[in-house]
Design a protein. Sequence first.
Length: 108
Amino acid sequence: MELIYAALLLHSADKEVNEDNVSDVLEGAGIEADSAQVKALVAALEDVDIEDAMNTAVATGAPAPAAGGAEEGGGADEAEEAEAEEAEDEQDDEEAEEEAAEGLGSLF
């Protein structure tokens, strides 16, 4: 988790997410940097637009409940839509994890 935080911190500071910078951030926080994990993170993030990924993660959050909800008879439809969106998000997450694992697997 610390590796991801280091990458996000570097991104928010408009610094390049590379092995040296990630290691420096971790060491600055008093965390011993595992060079293999740092290398894997940097490789996994190489083709990722971090800003777009953060916006997508925020945009796909749980929908806010509609005013009135079930009282107006629309609650069941909204619940079904929310469940469908959640299932789609989980499938997208699984696909993204598989892609990342394939990329990381090529390192070893």
